[in-house]
Structure formats: C-alpha cells, structure tokens
Design a protein around this ligand. Structure first.
Ligand code: SF4
Ligand code: SF4
Length: 94
C-alpha cells in the first residue's frame, strides 16, 4: 500500500476526472472574458487551415468565420498562422 492509497486520494482523483469532462458552453458566452480578438487578413491568408485545426475552443469554422461569443482571445490561431494573417486586436478598438 502506498502513501497515496487513501479514501481521500480516491475522492480527489474522481474530482479531477469530473473537472476534465467537457461540457457544452457551461460557462455561457465565454468570449466576454476576452481582451483581444483575432482578425484575419484575407488578402494574406493562404487557407492552410492551421488556425481552425489548433484553436483550443474550436470556434473557427472551415470558412474562417470566428464565433466571437466563445473565442477566448488566447492567440493560438495567430501564433500558428504561417503567414501572419491573423492579428490580435484589442477589444477596446471595436
Ligand atoms: S484567439 Fe484562441 S479561441 Fe479565439 S479563435 Fe484564436 S485560437 Fe480560437
Ligand atoms: S492559419 Fe493563417 S493562413 Fe492558415 S487558414 Fe488560418 S488565417 Fe489563413
């Protein structure tokens, strides 16, 4: 028996599993938390698909429309874009 084989550890493990089960927009329109939003320059975009492939919230569709209600403004899309077609722009600019 290890030091971690206790009833308390089992409960913690169950809580961690529960915390990692995705739920559908459980926190509502989470885009309200965002301080910057991604803006795509379609003159520069080469339609490689990297942005919608790597967006952690899956809010960019294959037409490159961004569902801003749920975009967190994390900037992953801008970082993976190979041609720098995505600029993160401050929300106060809109
Ligand atoms: S900023 Fe983040 S959440 Fe928003 S579209 Fe880009 S990768 Fe997705
Ligand atoms: S990653 Fe950049 S170049 Fe590729 S589809 Fe998205 S915006 Fe266009």
């Amino acid at each position: 028996m290890s030091a971690f084989d206790t009833d308390i550890d089992v409960e913690v493990e169950e809580l961690l599993v529960a915390a990692n089960v995705p739920t559908d927009a459980a926190a509502g329109k989470t885009g309200a938390w965002r301080s910057e939003r991604p803006v795509i320059d379609f003159e520069v975009c080469i339609e490689c698909g990297q942005c919608f492939t790597f967006c952690p919230d899956d809010v960019i569709d294959h037409d490159l429309d961004i569902e801003l209600d749920y975009c967190k403004g994390c900037g992953v899309c801008a970082n993976v874009c190979p041609v720098d077609a995505i600029e993160m722009v401050a929300e106060r600019s809109f």
